[in-house]
Design a protein around this ligand. Structure first.
Ligand SMILES: Cc1ncc(COP(=O)(O)O)c(C=O)c1O
Length: 443
């Protein structure tokens, strides 16, 4: 019979939930059944303030009417069409719109369906690029401790979250990792970018390049702001330093902007916020406002051009997905980007970010709060773990907030807010008050 929840009236057993404690969840489900604007509705009819933009993706809030209309129109017109040696208008128009808001020089887009596929595609493009340039020995990929790049084998190989790696055996060979950039002693309660830690980028030049030799290194991949590991903000000057070292040694720099893309920091991409130009940018999530899965890679002209030198009838890159540039996803991207532009949503995020910062830091001094960090519309509270029971305090706080009508994202003993960019000050007040009360109760 499985696990029937009578209040729901359907069986919960068959769905193997991702990144979830299945048995724990199914014994006391938290089910969302509808959404509009800044709020979800739970199955028991409560309004839940969405403090996490779903999973860092619903940047314009839930179900904006223009986006809903665009999707209805698309399904009534063209459901699916292939993009292998065929075309339909959607991905061409969507790619152009993404290029228009990207940093200068990023003039091509490769589409997949998720952040993981964006990462996989970027790493493959990096490897194939070096080979096309006659530097095929550059095969080593450098990630970072605590990095999260999705759960494909490539993503977990360059990623640095141990639970995502430890039981899966064969990861990609030829990978190294930089150390992560968080340091409680030197950075606790920093507002925005920590002052301390730019020198951590030097590990690339001081350890990794001498160990492997630059002629063997293809790319460094980092999240400009590490999200899933508990929100690590790059120290001032760190990304600049990484860029300089990569340039000096001919190593491609990949920014995984799956959470930072599309306005999270108040600029279209984090590359613009930090004034650092990578060579490839991975994106997903906000590109469609979370409605239809889509991800992709923004590619700079010299990299794209390196593939375009063979005979014209030759396929230049043997890579792609059945749903690369899917009509529904493309329509969602076009409508989302139009909406972001019409509502000046990225500027709005920048405008409200100082209020959000002050609100988040008002939780300093609450029980067990050992760090608060923030940038743009990302705010993290880190709690001291309970002795021998890491993660329990964070999880309890998250459940307590949900019961009180606010969605916050737990990662171990950190709690992250990343609200839709349409968030208003009263929403922020409610999020922070609710989290504060829950932290007090989890003491
Ligand atoms: C930085 C980063 N990269 C990649 C991913 C993976 O995206 P997806 O779950 O769409 O594969 C995520 C998801 O949170 C992410 O935060």
């Amino acid at each position: 019979m499985g696990n029937i929840d009578t209040s729901l009236g359907f069986d919960l057993e068959a769905f193997w939930m991702p990144f979830s404690a299945n048995r724990q969840f199914k014994s006391a489900p938290r089910m969302l059944v509808a959404a509009e604007g800044m709020h979800y509705t739970s199955h028991d009819g409560r309004s839940i303030l969405d403090g996490t933009a779903g999973l860092w993706c619903v940047n314009a809030g839930h179900r904006p009417p223009k986006l809903v209309e665009a999707l209805k129109k698309q399904i009534d017109t063209l459901d699916f069409a292939p993009t292998f040696q065929m075309g339909h208008p959607g991905p061409f128009i969507a790619a152009q719109k993404i290029v228009e808001i990207a940093p200068p020089g990023f003039d091509h887009v490769f589409f997949g369906n998720s952040g993981a596929e964006a990462v996989e595609s970027a790493l493959k493009i990096a490897l194939a690029y070096h080979r096309a340039k006659g530097e095929g020995s550059r095969t080593l990929l450098v990630g970072r401790e605590r990095g999260y790049h999705g759960t494909g084998f490539a993503g977990i190989s360059v990623g640095g979250m141990v639970n995502n790696r430890k039981v899966f055996g064969n990861l990609l060979p030829r990978v190294d990792h930089l150390r992560h950039t968080w340091d409680l002693e030197h950075q606790a309660f920093s507002r925005g970018q920590p002052e301390w830690g730019a020198h951590l980028a030097d590990e690339l030049e001081q350890r990794i390049v001498p160990l492997h030799d630059a002629s063997n290194i293809a790319a460094v991949i980092v999240e400009p702001v590490a999200g899933s590991t508990g929100g690590l903000i790059p120290p001032k000057g760190y990304l600049q330093r990484l860029r300089e070292i990569c340039t000096k040694h001919g190593i491609l720099l990949i920014f995984d902007e799956v959470i930072t893309g599309f306005g999270r920091l108040g600029t279209p991409f984090a590359a613009q916020y930090f004034g650092v130009e990578p060579d490839l940018i991975c994106f997903a999530k906000g590109v469609t406002n979370g409605t239809i899965p889509m991800g992709g890679v923004l590619v700079k002209k010299p990299i794209f051009d390196a593939f375009m030198s063979g005979p014209e009838p030759a396929i230049e890159l043997f890579h792609g997905y059945t749903y690369s540039g899917h009509p529904m996803a493309s329509a969602a991207a076009i409508a989302s980007l139009d909406l972001y532009n019409e509502q000046k949503l990225f500027a709005r995020a920048a405008e409200i970010a100082p209020y959000f910062e002050a609100a988040m830091h008002s939780l300093k001094g609450f029980p067990n709060v050992i760090d608060i960090r923030n940038i743009g519309l990302i705010g993290i509270v880190e709690l001291a773990p309970r002795a021998g029971k890491p993660g329990t305090r964070g999880y309890e706080t998250f459940v307590d907030c949900f019961r009180s009508g606010v969605l916050v994202r737990p990662a171990g003993d950190t709690l992250a807010f990343s609200p839709p960019l349409v968030v208003e000050k009263p929403h922020i007040d409610r999020m922070v008050e609710t989290l504060g009360a829950a932290i007090e109760r989890a003491a």
